[in-house]
Design a binder for this molecule. Structure first.
Ligand SMILES: C[S@@+](CC[C@H](N)C(=O)[O-])C[C@H]1O[C@@H](n2cnc3c(N)ncnc32)[C@H](O)[C@@H]1O
Length: 332
């Protein structure tokens, strides 16, 4: 039996997981992927259809996108401490095959509802079997399980558009995928606001309650992660700065220069550069190559430490974590 302490930690962890994505954020992002959905099976595997705007969004756009099928599974915890939104109900699988009678209404006979044997955990065999049927997985998975979540998608070779914390970029399970161009960032920039359950405590900052008493937390570090081709990824970053040794210090422990902010990447530098992780929002694989990051190093270096340099006054400077990149076509 689980100890009270374990239950407490599970509850604490799960508390951070109940962030419901708003329709406007889904719409803003997914409108960029329209052509990918034609004839495809979409699976939302962390989505209670009653609470999930992903489910509602794909029902609304099913015909517009030309979807083949929409599958949704919801997670139902069996333990008291998981604060499930719908405690009394069993985990279910929903299947939607479109607005058959064309009345633009979600009729009950258009929705297939199947009880799941287990609790709807995305890692369970029955959910994996559904995953295998899917072409594209779209959701906001629990942040606390992001590593496992993305690893499972990659293992089963699935296309995906998912929300994660920006910090996930530097996870040792995620960064290699980014480096190998197997995962990249979607469009949304800036803060994203998520609806949270009623029992979430009010906060001083980044918190809002609407006129109906719905609570929202705003996150500055939520990002969309995808492996679907998007236009943004082929947009060239216009470089306008010239390299000079005075302006761009060299690291003491890497054969690379420090560049910050990203827009100051010098046009005429063909060597390695350390750039802030916000670079990934601008990364175009035709223009740049990602070699590593300052935590794990890059091939050819034996110095997997935070990069540092000595500034003009002789002080040691250790910038935040850097991504190590190279311009594929420098104008030298
Ligand atoms: C960040 S919330 C997002 C919910 C919904 N996808 C949305 O965007 O509005 C993550 C959801 O995953 C559920 N969840 C937690 N652990 C899960 C698991 N192991 N398998 C599937 N879902 C899980 C949580 O209960 C929570 O509702």
């Amino acid at each position: 039996m689980e100890s009270k302490n374990t239950n407490f930690h599970a509850a604490q962890r799960n508390k951070k997981d109940e962030f419901y994505t708003q329709w406007k954020d889904i719409e803003k992002e997914l409108s960029n992927y329209k052509e990918h959905f034609r004839g495809k099976v979409v699976y939302c595997n962390c989505d209670d259809p009653k609470a999930s705007n992903f489910f509602r969004y794909f029902v609304e756009y099913f015909e517009d996108f030309g979807l083949k099928k929409l599958i949704t599974t919801c997670y139902k915890s069996k333990t008291w401490d998981m604060f499930s939104q719908n405690d009394s109900e069993q985990a279910v699988q929903l299947e939607y095959n479109g607005d058959k009678d064309g009345n633009r209404i979600l009729d009950s006979d258009e929705i297939g509802v199947f009880p799941l044997k287990g609790d709807g955990d995305f890692r369970s065999q029955e959910c994996i079997d559904l995953l295998k049927q899917a072409d594209i997985v779209v959701t906001n998975p629990p942040f606390s399980l992001f590593r496992e979540y993305i690893a499972q998608l990659v293992k089963y070779g699935k296309k995906f558009i998912i929300i994660g914390n920006q910090n996930a970029i530097t996870y040792k399970e995620v960064f290699p995928l980014i480096k190998q161009n197997k995962v990249w960032l979607g469009y949304a920039k800036g803060d994203m606001e998520f609806k949270v359950p009623e029992y979430y405590p009010p906060k001083k900052h980044r918190y809002r309650m609407d006129e109906n008493g719905n609570k929202f937390y705003s996150l500055g570090n939520a990002k969309w992660f995808t492996n679907l081709e998007i236009e943004k990824r082929r947009k060239k970053l216009i470089l306008y700065k010239e390299y000079t040794p005075e302006k761009y210090p060299r690291y003491e422990n890497y054969d690379a220069i420090e560049v910050c902010p990203v827009r100051e990447i010098p046009v005429n530098w063909g060597g390695v550069m350390g750039v802030p992780i916000t670079f990934l929002d601008k990364h175009n694989p035709d223009q740049f190559e990602i070699l590593g990051d300052s935590r794990y190093g890059y091939e050819g270096t034996d110095s997997p430490n935070d990069a540092y340099y000595i500034d003009g006054n002789g002080n040691k400077k250790t910038p935040f974590r850097r991504i190590l990149i190279r311009n594929k076509n420098p104008q030298i």
